[in-house]
Write a protein that binds this ligand. Structure first.
Ligand code: MSP
Length: 485
């Protein structure tokens, strides 16, 4: 069992914000959940460092592009370390291994007859690094994706025969109805292909910060063609050594590309077409999530409405931050980040519900049972109900997490936490402790509460690894896999 999971590689035009942190935390939780199920995992993230946008940002900062990307890439790595991201690799598109992979796929697609020289005359959005057809412009001059101003471009470049892959893509989508998640994004992709695909420019000639097109001075590879290839590079593509070839055979295709909803088209249309042309298998699934918004708009560097994760990690702790973002955003939908929302979840879910259950349970076990979880030799209907809730919750949390729906997984888990708090209130172990004849009931009650916490620690672990560890430590139970009923 192997699982290869990727995040988008992030542009290094500016330092990371919550949007970048979120995708990476979501991927991290999924990677951890898969590892807990005993699978071997490659979890890849990294940075997208070429193209006109980056070149301009470097120039604006008055720094050489190479030094500029080194500096910003380091801030991504540092943030991901602080967020305890368990990535197995961090790819930078300026690395030699990546240049080799891009040259290899370029040569393969060229040999297939899918590249030809042409002149591009049209609009371009440098923020998104996208060619924008005149018909899609908003207000005659704005990019339909980011709302920024587009620029007129006239340059020679290579075009990729995307039109040739229209029917193969439609056939693929017809036979893979779950290929893009959620369904609404799948439908958009299919509708887009059905409207007809034009050939796509895949090299640029009006600037130099990119991977040179093999044997074609003056051309650099279009940044999306370059960037998407990172998913191949990381598992050995383009490296002729026997070790790398074996690694590639083991790990490609990727199981999931996790992305934000604004880059579905590049991943669900361009990328599969490039892969078909190169004769490579397609990734198994594309999972897209919505946007964090602030003051009603997508959080983005250009609008300046960004949350810096560090501020919340410093104030509330890392686990609370990871919990909030994974609990608050429903997969596929947008979510508003607010201080009030953060504080409310922190207080209600973490301090009151889980915090109270853990502290009252461990305190009573310490006080009444010398700190050792007692056996349960007694039960009644209330225990049976609690067990039923636990079974249902674990089944739902497992299914939800497998589909990247951590909000649903956590909501289910917290139903069990609340049920157990209610159970303690009905049983009143603090009263039972006063009556020696009620000892079997007291022990059974504390046993069940401790066991619920043990069960809860499993779905908590991928989201809040440190909290799961401390829950287990205070109950003196060993780490265990996700699926324990
Ligand atoms: N470099 C390209 C991706 C190339 S992948 C081969 C890119 N980079 S980016 O820096 O703009 O990052 C985009 C990703 O960051 C989104 O797909 C999403 O995962 C995340 N987010 C950036 N802003 C976001 C929000 N406001 N909300 C949620 N996630 C967002 O596109």
């Amino acid at each position: 069992m192997r699982f290869y999971l990727t995040t988008p590689i992030y542009y290094v035009n500016a330092e990371p914000h919550l949007g970048h942190a979120y995708t990476t935390i979501l991927a991290d939780a999924a990677a951890r959940a898969h590892r807990l199920r005993g699978e071997s995992v490659v979890f890849l993230t990294g940075t997208d460092e070429h193209g006109q946008k980056i070149e301009r940002s470097a120039r604006k900062a008055g720094v050489d592009p190479r030094a500029f990307v080194d500096g910003v890439a380091a801030t991504f790595k540092a943030l991901f370390a602080e967020l305890q991201i368990s990535n197995d690799d961090f790819i930078r598109t300026t690395e030699a291994r990546h240049r080799a992979a891009v040259e290899t796929i370029w040569r393969t697609v060229l040999a297939k007859g899918d590249l030809y020289k042409a002149k591009y005359e049209g609009w371009y959005c440098t923020t998104d690094e996208l060619y924008v057809p005149e018909t899609q412009l908003v207000d005659g001059a704005r990019c339909p994706t980011c709302g920024g101003k587009v620029e007129w471009l006239e340059e020679e470049n290579y075009k990729f025969r995307l039109s040739k892959y229209q029917q193969p893509l439609l056939d693929w989508y017809r036979t893979h109805p779950d290929y893009v998640v959620p369904q609404a994004r799948y439908n958009e992709v299919v509708a887009f292909i059905e409207r007809g695909l034009d050939d796509l420019s895949v090299s640029r000639t009006s600037f130099t910060w990119g991977i040179p097109v093999p044997d074609e001075p003056g051309h650099v590879v279009y940044v999306w063609f370059d960037a998407l290839t990172n998913y191949l590079t990381a598992v050995g593509y383009g490296d002729p050594s026997a070790e790398a070839q074996a690694r590639f055979a083991t790990w490609w295709p990727a199981d999931v590309h996790l992305i934000g909803k604004e880059i579905v088209r590049q991943h669900a249309i361009y990328w599969p077409a490039f892969l078909m042309s190169a004769g490579l298998p397609l990734p198994r699934r594309i999972v897209s999530h919505g946007w964090w918004t602030m003051d009603g708009a997508k959080m983005s560097k250009s609008l300046g409405n960004v949350v810096r994760p560090r501020v919340y990690v410093d104030a509330y702790g890392l686990d609370a931050f990871r919990y909030y973002v994974l609990r608050e955003m429903v997969l596929g939908a947008d979510a508003a980040f607010t201080d009030e929302g953060f504080h409310a979840r922190y207080t209600a879910d973490l301090a009151n519900d889980l915090g109270n259950l853990l502290s009252r349970t461990t305190t009573m076990i310490a006080r009444y049972c010398d700190g050792v979880v007692p056996a349960a030799a007694w039960r009644d209907d209330l225990d049976g109900q609690l067990d039923d809730v636990a079974r249902g919750v674990i089944a739902e949390a497992t299914d939800a997490a497998a589909n990247f729906e951590f909000s649903r997984a956590l909501a289910a888990t917290w139903r069990l936490v609340s049920e157990c708090n209610r159970y303690l209130v009905s049983r009143e172990p603090w009263s039972l402790a006063k009556d020696p004849a009620a000892r079997p009931r007291l022990e059974a009650t504390l046993h069940r509460a401790a066991d619920v916490l043990r069960v809860v620690a499993a779905p908590v672990e991928p989201v809040m690894p440190a909290s799961a560890a401390s829950m287990r430590a205070s109950l003196r139970v060993a780490p265990e896999p996700w699926t324990t009923p």
